[in-house]
Design a protein around this ligand. Structure first.
Ligand code: 475
Length: 833
């Protein structure tokens, strides 16, 4: 029925006039928070503002959803166990192009926009690189107007908050939802159910067709929560859809009815545990059943959701692969290959071959790490008990696959055992990377070097089988968050010279090159850097109570703590410098402030000891009167997206010092360089390509190359040889071993010293000399501020390649075969009553 008096949503309520915005903030405070301004907390005001902004993107968001569902366009589904999106408010203000107006409205309301932005608790739904990459890709997908859904898990507790007590890491539960999350909308009407446990049984249907039925032990409900992902100055607002688990009512009622109240509640608790907490291990698997439950849960929910949406417009699933490009973010969602087969064969009664054809054309797989301890494999026992039907499907995929292998490599049992999805060398395992490779049309690494190593090493036999599947997509980061938002001064300076086209097309930064020769511009460049350095110095003072010299060289290493990333190599350099300064008080080096940040996996002994090592060296150095402010060592607790936004712009030197061949790409390396830090780094991951782009004269290179690392290990690496032949290194290790940094206790860091002397799997001692010499070059270079500024400008000017927009364009062109769709804004007018 058409209403006599249609109501139009857009005009009065969500306008952008200052008065309208002010009114909206107060309205939300009153009607949603239920507060008068006099008693409202900062969080109340933040929420009132956040709802005000959410209201102003809903029109675009709903139009995007509607267009994508109606228009038969191919959609990208980014399947990821982690999305480390960071705070939304400021990012949305920038993307919507309303930052200035909102700031004015907030100020005129007597509030402080900066404080409100900082009141937002960031969703820490990821560990590090992989999760943050997913977030940058969501930003670029929207900014490039590519229809996309990010599917993942709504962890109730994200990555733990880190505190430092007596120099040690302490983990605190991350209660990010406790004061409310204004950005999400629950969609219980789109809930699905997921089976676990139980058994399978064959049956024959009315047409004498053979089928298998999965009789589950228990069933869990998945409820989607949608978060809008705005694009930069476009109408596209894509959706990040995260699943929360809940008990199925039908199940607890059964128990309840037979009087087993506690049993029913138990079911509820067990079901809700699935999405309770993020596993805090970065590049290290724990092999716990709950983790497999998480993976299967979100994958099954997501595939069922895609199928539901697909069937809104299509009579069947025959063309599923033409409508959906599903990207597997590492192997965490790889069970999707088997789950889509199960859904097609068991539920939609597809013939196996036809189903497999759809599956193969749907998925693509990105590998993010070569570290053996991170390669996911599940004991058959655990897998079979939890997902009996899925395991049968995997066996059948494997049987047919191995038949193919036998044709390609006749009489080669070696190939059968190296390629099989099932690892039978000892206890039997399901190898998730193999399932991902077999079920995907493309397989990519995340930087040129890494993609080559994927082909040469861990997936070599798959490469021999299907060379055409393998490709590279070098990672990128979003310049909206990592330049415009985090470094407004530098961004404005850039825009004043070359206009603002670079924000959408980062290659335009090239136009900055000619200003590297302009002395006035270099002065302005330094002033912009100095401003954020002062800001960080204040923050350090406030957080850890240490005064640092804002004129000193800010030498920064922020990332997860891991032996292969070699934070402890950085510390060996600090101790070397310290010893030099002690023995030569007139040593002519610029003052340096070393800044560290990063979390250690709670069960990673060595990583936690490295944190203690950094803080212990800091305690000695920072309190040595002979040293003063020439050397400071700061460990800033709780490194996260928010803190990243503060620290990348303030860095002079970026530490990218992993053992060659170990860091798949790195993305922090890009964020530093885009903000004018120079890099000291090895030829690892994307460092190789960064150096290529910025020019070798603008990059501090040191260390063994990947082939040299392999040769050295082959020959039998003996770290003690370096200890005995480099007196400076011996002096440093002896000083640590003496207990000098541990109040005389030689035990505290024995594990670190002994590991370096007797094992040193990441070749710190082999790279020590080269690193120290390179750091000397850094110090010399920093003395020539004019030339340093020039190098800094050239770094920024040449970072265009590392925008995640370029990465997403590569995925669209070479892997997904998807097109952008522009979203028309239609005001919502009430037609039906
Ligand atoms: C690489 N995480 C970076 C980044 O591509 C790269 C693994 C297992 C379980 C939980 N988390 C993981 C990763 O493997 C990971 O974060 N890898 C990182 O991916 C994006 O830039 O070099 O180490």
């Amino acid at each position: 029925m058409v209403s006599q008096n249609p109501i139009k949503i857009e005009d009065d309520r969500t306008g952008l006039e200052i008065q309208t915005l002010r009114r909206a903030i107060l309205d939300n405070l009153f009607y949603i928070q239920g507060k008068f301004p006099e008693i409202a907390t900062k969080n109340d005001f933040y929420l009132a503002l956040a709802y005000t902004i959410r209201d102003r993107l809903l029109q675009r968001w709903l139009n995007t959803m509607q267009t994508e569902i109606k228009n038969d366009v191919k959609k990208v589904c980014y399947l990821s166990a982690e999305f480390l999106v960071g705070p939304h408010l400021e990012n949305n203000l920038i993307n919507l192009g309303i930052a200035e107006k909102v700031k004015q409205a907030v100020t005129e309301s007597g509030l402080n926009i900066k404080e409100l932005i900082e009141a937002e608790e960031e969703p820490g739904l990821g560990n590090g690189g992989l999760g943050r990459l997913a977030a940058c890709y969501m930003d670029s997908l929207s900014s490039l107007e590519v229809p996309a859904i990010g599917y993942g898990i709504r962890y109730e507790f994200g990555i733990f908050d880190q505190e430092i007590k007596d120099g040690w890491q302490v983990e605190i539960t991350d209660k990010w939802l406790q004061y409310g999350n204004p950005w999400e909308i629950a969609r219980p009407e789109a809930s699905v159910t997921v089976n676990f446990g139980g058994y399978t049984e064959p049956y024959t249907d009315g047409h004498n067709q053979f089928h298998v039925r999965w009789v589950p032990g228990y069933v869990v409900k998945g409820i989607p929560y949608d978060t809008p992902i705005t694009g930069y100055k476009v109408n596209t607002v894509n959706t990040m859809r995260l699943w929360r688990s809940e008990a199925c009512e039908s199940f607890d009622f059964q128990r309840f009815n037979v009087g087993d109240y506690y049993g029913a509640v138990d079911d509820k608790v067990n079901s809700e545990n699935i999405t309770k907490v993020l596993y805090p291990n970065d590049e290290q698997i724990e092999g716990k059943e709950l983790r497999l439950r998480q993976q299967y849960f979100f994958v099954s929910c997501s595939l069922q959701d895609m199928i539901r949406i697909h069937l809104l417009n299509n009579p069947n699933l025959d063309n599923f692969h033409e409508q959906w490009a599903v990207q597997l973010n590492d192997t965490h969602p790889a069970v999707a290959v088997a789950e889509l087969m199960r859904l097609l064969v068991d539920i939609y009664e597809y013939e196996w071959g036809k189903a497999w054809n759809i599956v193969e054309k749907t998925f693509a797989y990105t590998n993010h790490t070569l570290l053996p301890e991170a390669l996911e494999k599940w004991p058959i026992e655990i897998f079979g008990n939890l997902l009996p039907r899925v395991l049968e499907v995997i066996y059948e995929i494997n049987r047919r696959f191995l038949d193919q292998v036998r044709i390609k490599f006749p009489n080669d049992d070696g190939k059968i055992s190296t390629l099989s999805i099932i690892d039978e060398s000892g206890e039997r395992y399901v190898r998730m990377a193999h399932l991902a490779c077999i079920g995907s049309h493309h397989i990519n690494g995340v930087a040129e070097l890494h993609s080559q190593l994927v082909k040469d090493t861990i997936l070599h036999d798959f490469y021999l089988l299907w060379p055409q599947k393998f490709t590279n997509v070098t990672n990128g980061v979003t310049p909206r968050r990592w330049m415009v938002q985090s470094n407004p001064r530098l961004s404005k300076l850039i825009t004043s010279k070359i206009g603002d086209g670079w924000i959408k097309n980062l290659q335009e930064l090239k136009q900055l090159e000619r200003y590297a020769e302009d002395q006035t511009f270099r002065q302005q460049w330094r002033e912009a850097k100095q401003f954020v350095k002062q800001d960080l110095a204040n923050y350090i003072q406030e957080k850890v109570g240490i005064t640092v010299n804002p004129e000193s060289l800010f030498d920064v290493q922020v990332k997860r703590i891991h032996e292969y990333k070699r934070q402890h190599l950085n510390v060996l350099h600090i101790i070397t410098l310290y010893k030099q300064m002690k023995s030569n008080p007139n040593l002519d080096v610029p003052p340096r402030t070393f800044i560290f940040g990063g979390k250690a996996a709670p069960g990673y002994f060595m990583a936690k000891r490295i944190i203690k090592f950094i803080t212990a060296v800091g305690d000695v150095v920072n309190n040595d009167g002979d040293i003063g402010d020439r050397l400071k060592v700061i460990f800033l607790p709780d490194y996260n997206v928010t803190f990243g936004q503060r620290v990348y712009p303030a860095a002079d030197l970026s530490e990218q010092i992993s053992t060659a061949g170990k860091e798949a790409s790195g993305t922090g390396n890009m964020k530093f360089s885009m903000n004018g830090a120079l890099t000291i780094g090895t030829l690892d991951g994307a460092n190789v390509e960064i150096r290529q782009e910025v020019g070798e004269e603008n990059f501090f290179l040191f260390g063994l190359t990947t082939p040299e690392v392999l040769t050295l290990k082959d020959q039998g690496y003996v770290p003690r040889r370096y200890y005995h032949s480099i007196p400076e290194l011996k002096g440093v290790l002896d000083l640590i071993a003496s207990g000098f940094f541990s109040h005389g206790d030689p035990e505290l860091f024995r594990s670190i010293v002994d590991n370096l002397l007797y094992d040193d799997p990441y070749l710190l001692l082999a790279d020590y000399k080269s690193y120290i010499e390179c750091q000397e070059k850094v110090s010399q270079a920093y003395k020539d501020q004019e030339n340093w500024s020039k190098m800094s400008i050239l770094n920024v000017a040449r970072m265009g390649k590392f925008s995640s927009d370029r990465s997403i364009q590569d995925y669209c062109n070479n892997i997904w075969n998807t097109q952008p769709v522009s979203i028309e804004l239609k005001d919502y007018v009430q037609k039906e009553a």
